[in-house]
Design a binder for this molecule. Structure first.
Ligand SMILES: [Mg+2]
Length: 272
């Protein structure tokens, strides 16, 4: 994260930084990599409440339909937790923090994952046993991770939850690691794979090859994506923090949508 801090993407009145604008216009093909929660939809109290607006879905569909734009949603969610309207918009999906990529061409899963399934089950059972009675906690076994959501938990419990999860994870230190997101602890495979790897893997595929990559995200796991595209693409952090490896920043989800609409407009003019 050795970075002078991100620059504002918008100069004023929704005018995009001219350097970014020139790159967007000049690229033969664009590859948009988009985080979901906190990027395309505001963070909500529960996952189910974080549904995309109609405008967001229409915008995604229009971007997907553009012949020289590739779109991939890159999310920590499992495929089944990605809202149906997003799954159906035609974008490629890198789910479970990128360990699984579902594109129109193929489904790819990181080869090391199957060995970790028993450990994930055991960590889930231990977390459920030791933390399951805390009011408001939600412990979720996903296909390749265990997520401990504490957004609805009283703050006095949070330090204890962290300490207990660190203990629960002890025996699995070689296979799983604990990461911290926004009000969530995630026990994830300790393989060197991240959203950044998924982005680079997609960029190697035939459909994405040669495209100018753009990655937009808001959370810690998105930093891997920003680092992967350093010196190569346009990286945009959503939020107020300046502690990011992204080159540019916007404040809010609506800003992201304004930017994406601008991308669509600038590329459509290109086609004409
Ligand atoms: Mg996010």
């Amino acid at each position: 994260m050795a970075n002078a801090g991100p620059r504002p993407l918008f100069m004023r009145n929704d005018v995009v930084d001219p350097f970014v604008h020139r790159r967007l216009q000049g690229a033969r093909t664009l590859a948009l990599f988009l985080d979901y929660d906190g990027t395309l939809t505001p963070i909500a109290a529960t996952r189910e409440a974080a549904v995309p607006g109609g405008r967001t879905v229409r915008l995604l569909r229009a971007l997907v339909a553009s012949p020289d734009i590739r779109v991939a949603i890159v999310t920590g969610r499992s495929l089944s937790h990605v809202p149906r309207s997003i799954r159906r918009c035609g974008a490629d999906l890198a789910v479970d923090h990128g360990v699984r990529i579902v594109s129109r061409q193929a489904v790819w899963t990181h080869p090391a994952l199957d060995d970790l399934k028993p450990d994930i089950r055991k960590v889930y059972a231990a977390a459920e046993e030791r933390l399951g009675t805390i009011p408001g906690i939600r412990i979720e076994q996903k296909r390749w991770s265990v997520d401990i959501h504490y957004r609805q938990v009283h703050p006095r419990h949070v330090a204890g939850i962290r300490a207990m999860m660190t203990r629960v994870m002890g025996p699995y230190a070689g296979s799983l690691r604990l990461t911290h997101g926004k009000k969530v602890l995630e026990a994830r495979p300790a393989i060197s794979w991240s959203k950044g790897h998924a982005i680079l893997k997609l960029l190697e595929s035939r459909e994405y090859k040669g495209a100018l990559p753009v990655f937009i995200g808001d959370d810690r796991t998105d930093e891997d994506g920003f680092l992967a595209l350093r010196g190569r693409g346009i990286t945009i952090h959503v939020g107020r923090s300046r502690r990011t490896a992204a080159r540019y920043t916007v404040r809010t989800v609506p800003d992201v949508l304004v930017f994406l609409a601008g991308v669509l407009a600038c590329r459509s003019r290109d086609d004409a």
